[in-house]
Design a protein around this ligand. Structure first.
Ligand code: PMP
Length: 433
C-alpha cells in the first residue's frame, strides 16, 4: 500500500527492506510483516512495561505484548532478576531440573483439568503433541476443530485456521498433504448442532474436539457458555476427548485459565505464551490416566532437547507468581473494560459501525455492527477501514495487532493514563478514517 503516514519510519523501513533479502518476507513469523494492514512493519529497539520503542525513536503503548507473554509488563524487573540469576547456572541442561517440578506443580494447582503436564517449546508443539495424545488414548484418528481457530502450524490443524482461505476440508497451505488433513473435521464456532451432526456421521471414529475457549485468532470471539457445556457433554457421550487450546487464554482470562472462568473442565489443555514469561515455552496437560500415555510413562513418543529448560522455567514461575497475587485479574479487567468501552463509544460517536468486547486482559474490536459469533461473522468486518485505523493508531503512538483477525492484550503495567491516552488517540483516528 502507498505510504501517506506522518510517522517517521525511516530506519524501520530500511531494516525491513534489508530483511527481505535475508528472511522470507523479511520476518520470522508472517503476521509481523503487516501484510494485511500495509504501510510496513515497525522495527522494535526495546520494550519496557506497557511500552514499545522503535528504531526511529517512536514510543508506543503496546497492546500486543509479544502476542501475550508480556502480561506482567515487558522486561518485568522480578522476572528479569530471576532470569539473570539463572543464566550463571546455565541456560540449558537437557537433564531433569527441580524448576520443572515447581512450574509443573503451579500449573497443576491452578488449572482444573491438569493433573500432569509436559513442557515443550511453543504452542505449536503443545497442540501437535496433544493431538497425538488424543489419538493414542482413544485409538481413533478423526478430530473436530472450528473455523477460524488456530492451533499452531502442524499439518492437521492447517484447515480453516484463522484468517486462512475457507475451503472445506482442504489444506490452507501448499506443502500440507490432503492425507494430513482428511481426518480434520471442521465446524462453525458456537454451533453445537453442527458438532452433534459430525459425531452422528462419524460414530466411534472421533478422537477429540479441540477449540479456543475464547477465540483470539479470528479476532476476539466469546463462546456461548452453553456451547462449551454442550461440547463437554457430546464428547463424553461419544467416548471422545475435549481439549481446550489455552495457549492464548491460559492464565490471561483467569488464574485457572478459561476453563475456570467458564466452569467447564476439558480432558486436556494446551498452554504457551504467558507460561513462559517471554521465553519460548509450550505445555500440554490433563488427567493423569490420559497423560500417562506419554513416553516414557507410556508408548506415545514426544520429546524436546530444550524442553523444560531452566530459563523458560524461572521466567514462567515468576510470571505465575506475580499473576497469583491479589487483584491481578481484577486490575486487568478494569483497565481493559475501560479501554474497549472507550474505544467503542468513540467509534460510534464518530459514526462508525463497531463492535467488540473483552474478558479480563484480552479484547477485540470489529468494524461491523455485530454480533460476531464465529469466523463467518468476523469476515463482515471492514478490513480496509481496519487498516486505516491501525496505521492511524500507530501515528498516535498506539501499537495494535496488525490484523483484524487478531485479539488485543493488556497487562499489569498498563496504567489508567495509558488507557486514557489510547482512548484520546482513538477519537482522533476515528475522526479521520
Ligand atoms: N494455539 C493458539 C490458540 C494460539 O493463539 C497460538 C499462537 N498464537 C498457537 C496455538 C501457536 O503457538 P506458537 O506460536 O507458540 O507456536
Amino acid at each position: 500500500k502507498e505510504k501517506t503516514s506522518t510517522l517517521n519510519t525511516t530506519k524501520s523501513d530500511a531494516i525491513f527492506k534489508a530483511a527481505q533479502d535475508i528472511l522470507p518476507g523479511g520476518v520470522n513469523s508472517p503476521v509481523r510483516a503487516f501484510k494485511s494492514v500495509g504501510g510496513g512493519p515497525i522495527v522494535f529497539e526495546s520494550v519496557k512495561d506497557a511500552y514499545a520503542f522503535d528504531v526511529d525513536g517512536n514510543k508506543y503503548v503496546d497492546y500486543v505484548g509479544s502476542w501475550g507473554p508480556a502480561i506482567c509488563g515487558h522486561a518485568n524487573e522480578r522476572v528479569n532478576a530471576k532470569l539473570k540469576a539463572q543464566i550463571d547456572k546455565g541456560t540449558s541442561f537437557g537433564a531433569p531440573c527441580e524448576l520443572e517440578n515447581v512450574l509443573g506443580q503451579m500449573v497443576i494447582d491452578r488449572v482444573p483439568s491438569v493433573e500432569m503436564v509436559r513442557f515443550c517449546n511453543s504452542g505449536t508443539e503443545a497442540c501437535l503433541s496433544v493431538l497425538r495424545v488424543m489419538r493414542a488414548h482413544t485409538g481413533r484418528d478423526k478430530i473436530i476443530k472450528f473455523e477460524g481457530c488456530y492451533h499452531g502450524h502442524a499439518d492437521p490443524f492447517l484447515v480453516q485456521a484463522g484468517s486462512g482461505v475457507a475451503t472445506l476440508g482442504l489444506p490452507d497451505s501448499p506443502g500440507v498433504p490432503k492425507a494430513a488433513t482428511n481426518t480434520t473435521l471442521c465446524a462453525p464456532y458456537n454451533d453445537l448442532d453442527a458438532v452433534k451432526k459430525i459425531f452422528e456421521e462419524n460414530k466411534g471414529e472421533i478422537a477429540g474436539v479441540i477449540l479456543e475457549p475464547v477465540v483470539g485468532n479470528s479476532g476476539f470471539i466469546v463462546p456461548d457458555k452453553s456451547f462449551l457445556e454442550g461440547l463437554r457433554e457430546v464428547t463424553t457421550a461419544n467416548g471422545a476427548l475435549l481439549c481446550f487450546d489455552e495457549v492464548m487464554t491460559g492464565f490471561r482470562i483467569s488464574k485457572g485459565c478459561a476453563q475456570e472462568y467458564w466452569g467447564v473442565t476439558p480432558d486436556l489443555t494446551t498452554m504457551g505464551k504467558v507460561i513462559g514469561g517471554g521465553m519460548p515455552v509450550g505445555a500440554y496437560g490433563g488427567k493423569r490416566e490420559i497423560m500417562e500415555v506419554v513416553a516414557p510413562a507410556g508408548p506415545m513418543y514426544q520429546a524436546g532437547t530444550l524442553s523444560g529448560n531452566p530459563l523458560a522455567m524461572v521466567a514462567g514461575i515468576e510470571t505465575l507468581e506475580i499473576l497469583g497475587e491479589d487483584g491481578a485479574y481484577e486490575y486487568m479487567d478494569k483497565m481493559t473494560t475501560k479501554l474497549i468501552n472507550g474505544i467503542l463509544e468513540a467509534g460510534k460517536a464518530a459514526g462508525h459501525e463497531v463492535c467488540g468486547g473483552n474478558i479480563r486482559g484480552m479484547f477485540g474490536l470489529f468494524f461491523c455492527a455485530g454480533p460476531v459469533k464465529n469466523f463467518a461473522d468476523a469476515t463482515n468486518s471492514d478490513t480496509d477501514k481496519f487498516a486505516r485505523w491501525h496505521r492511524g493508531m500507530l501515528e498516535e503512538g498506539v501499537y495494535l495487532a496488525p490484523s483484524q483477525y487478531e485479539a488485543g492484550f493488556t497487562g499489569l503495567k498498563h496504567t489508567e493514563e495509558d488507557i486514557d491516552f489510547t482512548i484520546e488517540a482513538a477519537k482522533k483516528v476515528f475522526a479521520r478514517i
